[in-house]
Design a protein around this ligand. Structure first.
Ligand code: CUA
Length: 324
């Protein structure tokens, strides 16, 4: 496949001084970076050269008389210098958007490794499938990965320079990142949003295992966490009385059943539909009246849960599906 000139240029020129590309989205990010960098460098050089030229050429001389300022406008010139930047900005927009969307949905190529990330002052916590929690992020080379993150206090930002990835963790909502690690090894994670005294020490490691077997061996070793996230969710279901209205066997009661609910396109009373994911679950727990499922009455009271309990409910709902 022939590469467009700007991307070829960007790839070549931005490659030398950046860390090795450790994820599937890194090349796209580098291309955009290189393109914007060299575009800016070109215009900087052009403007500086013209400034020097004009200063020399039109400098004040004793022999020279000042011309009268012209009151007329040059419409064509103004259109040209508006149209060229507009076209360039649209090119930047188009190439950036493609890469940005790649970071929002896991790639094809097997079930994604979904990892729950908790940011707090001043550390990271990663909960891997199977319930193993760790202060370091464990990944599998070549396996599509999705990080779903929360913050328990202030805004943090998960930054993986080798992966060319950065995403804020925001209190009160779930944020996500999708990518595929492509290089086995250990990489640095830092926090990229100033979050207080020990912001600069809020680091961790991303450990990319060469294959699934190596990841599984790591996941088995050591003692298991006292309670997995799914256990937390199951306990809330019993403790908060959700059980009275939401069945687990597929039978609708006062509210929809939880069986096979996760990931479903749910038809709402107002005629729209919504996919059941973390954000929808959070909203439905905190503001049950916001999105009422078609065929059900708006009768559920809000249930205030903290971030860990929210993560727990989301993790537990995912275990109630028949399929993957
Ligand atoms: Cu967390 Cu800066």
């Amino acid at each position: 496949m022939r590469q467009p000139l700007h991307s070829l240029l960007g790839t070549v020129l931005a490659a030398g001084y950046l860390p090795e590309r450790a994820s599937s989205v890194a090349e796209g990010v580098d291309r955009i970076f290189g393109f914007i960098f060299w575009l800016s460098a070109f215009f900087l050089a052009l403007i500086l050269a013209l400034t020097v030229l004009f200063v020399a050429r039109y400098r004040k001389r004793p022999s020279r008389t000042e011309p009268e300022p012209s009151p007329s406008q040059n419409l064509r010139l103004e259109l040209v210098w508006s149209a060229i930047p507009l076209a360039l900005v649209m090119v930047v927009f188009a190439v950036s958007t493609r890469t940005y969307f790649r970071m929002s949905e896991p790639e094809a190529g097997g079930p994604a490794l979904r990892i729950q990330v908790t940011a707090r002052r001043w550390s990271w916590w990663f909960e891997h499938p199977g319930g193993k929690g760790a202060g370091d992020l464990h990944l599998v080379a070549g396996r599509p990965t999705e990080l779903v993150m929360v913050s328990t206090d202030v805004i943090h930002s998960l930054y993986l320079p080798d992966f060319r990835l950065k995403q804020d963790a925001v209190p009160g909502r779930f944020t996500r990142l999708a990518f595929k690690p492509i290089l086995p090894g250990r990489f640095t994670i830092t926090c990229a949003e100033f979050c207080g005294t020990d912001h600069s020490r809020m680091t961790a490691q991303a450990v990319v295992h060469p294959d699934q077997a190596s990841f599984d061996a790591w996941a088995r070793e050591g003692t298991q966490a006292a309670a997995t996230l799914a256990d937390v969710g199951r306990a809330i279901y019993a403790a908060k009385g959700c059980i009275a209205c939401h069945s687990l066997d597929g039978t609708p009661r006062v509210g929809p059943t939880f069986k096979n609910l996760w990931g479903k396109e749910e038809k709402l009373a107002d005629g729209t539909s919504v996919r059941v994911d973390e954000e929808y679950v959070r909203e439905s727990i905190l503001k049950p009246g916001a999105k009422v499922v078609a065929g059900f009455a708006n009768v559920m009271p809000p249930v205030p849960l903290d971030e860990r309990e929210m993560q727990g409910v989301a993790a537990w709902l995912q275990t109630l599906r028949d399929g993957p």
